[in-house]
Design a protein around this ligand. Structure first.
Ligand SMILES: [Zn+2]
Length: 363
């Protein structure tokens, strides 16, 4: 075989492999757990906190459900879907005990700055509070919503009532069902109508955050009905139960959200619109304090470790790598561009340079 011919064959092989491996998906669901620590994700429930009567009122129940001597068993008890489907078929970043680190680049380590960083791809020093101010920055969601192929195909759901401001629904036109908003539509399914009624009947423990069951079920109903191509869902309970100092509720909520994600993943594998062409990215807006342990209740610059976060990924164009154990530093501002890349797009923001794609997430 001539050298030229060999070169040609090799080039064709390389190019076709790249095409085969770089196949974008058509849909992405971005998920966040508000303030769920990497310590519980990778290590399961902390025994000393379950045994602390100040933090855990329902000790027997949570110990029976989540206690295990081996952290690998404990984490599987707490989040069984993450430690079966995601670890076998996807990727998990942020286990600092293995040297794998994910951090916020913003210097505030609380929600609005974190969600802004996730959704725009850069940290903005001007976003220094959780006040209900319309975000001046465009998010990656808005960047997609402006494209004809995604117009009317982007939707967001959140338990916290600040999301309409973070996503700037006024300007972006993206429907944001968050806080105590109800399903609004030309016609409502039976379930949407029921959720709307129930939301009025069940008092929320918090003034600005609803229980995640509403947020999750509103999302699923909307997906079945409208098949949006980009969905963002923010579960909020983990953060609020932690601020309340209820470790038992925090654990139960993390466990329930894991169940919902299992159900969501199952739905995505069965609806022909999503099946085989939808990827998931899962992360958190901030970490929480850890030393002393009771600082778990809060987060922010004065609580050491609150900038430590994690990222998980799962989907047909995401290679199975499981729990990533390599020494590495990733950042929250990389999520937006990575999400766009999964869909085959090169996201840029007109205001700032955005964080680079996490290349290992994409085949
Ligand atoms: Zn918080």
């Amino acid at each position: 075989m001539s050298k030229k011919y060999k070169f040609l064959i090799t080039s064709i092989l390389v190019i076709s492999t790249q095409l085969l491996w770089a196949q974008p998906v058509e849909n992405v669901v971005l998920v966040t757990f508000d303030g769920l620590r990497w310590q519980e994700l990778f290590g399961g429930a902390v025994d000393s906190m379950m045994n602390n009567p100040e933090l855990t009122k329902d000790k027997e129940q949570v110990i029976a459900a989540f206690q295990a001597d081996d952290p690998k068993e404990a984490r599987k008890k707490l989040m069984p879907w993450m430690w079966s489907t995601v670890v076998e078929e996807g990727q998990l970043y942020g286990n600092r005990w293995l040297g794998n680190q994910v951090n916020c680049t913003n210097r505030f380590w609380f929600s609005y700055p974190g969600y802004n960083e996730i959704l725009t791809g850069f940290s903005d020093p001007e976003i220094d509070s959780n006040a209900k101010k319309y975000n001046q920055n465009k998010t990656v969601l808005e960047w997609f919503a402006e494209k004809p192929e995604f117009a009317g195909k982007v939707a967001a759901f959140g338990s916290w009532d600040v999301f309409p401001y973070i996503i700037n629904d006024k300007r972006s036109g993206i429907p944001v069902n968050a806080g105590f908003r109800k399903a609004e539509d030309e016609y409502l399914t039976y379930k949407e109508q029921f959720l709307n009624d129930l939301q009025d009947q069940i008092p929320s423990p918090w003034a600005t955050v609803r229980l995640d069951a509403f947020t999750h079920n509103y999302m699923i109903e909307h997906m079945k009905k409208h098949h949006p191509r980009i969905v963002y869902i923010s579960y909020g309970e983990t953060d609020d139960f932690a601020h309340d100092g209820r470790y038992d509720h925090y654990l139960k909520s993390a466990h329930q959200t894991d169940k919902w994600l299992a159900a969501l993943w199952d739905y995505l594998q069965n609806d022909p619109f999503y099946k085989g062409k939808t990827s998931l990215l899962i992360t958190t807006d901030h970490g929480r304090g850890h030393s002393p342990m009771v600082q778990w209740k809060s987060h922010g610059t004065i609580y050491k470790g609150s900038d430590q976060i994690w990222i998980a990924a799962l989907g047909p164009n995401i290679p199975a790598q499981g729990e990533v154990a390599i020494d590495q530093k990733l950042f929250q501002y990389q999520v937006a561009k990575t999400m766009a890349k999964l869909l085959g797009y090169d996201y840029k923001n007109e205001k700032e340079e955005v964080g680079p794609v996490i290349e290992s997430i994409i085949k």
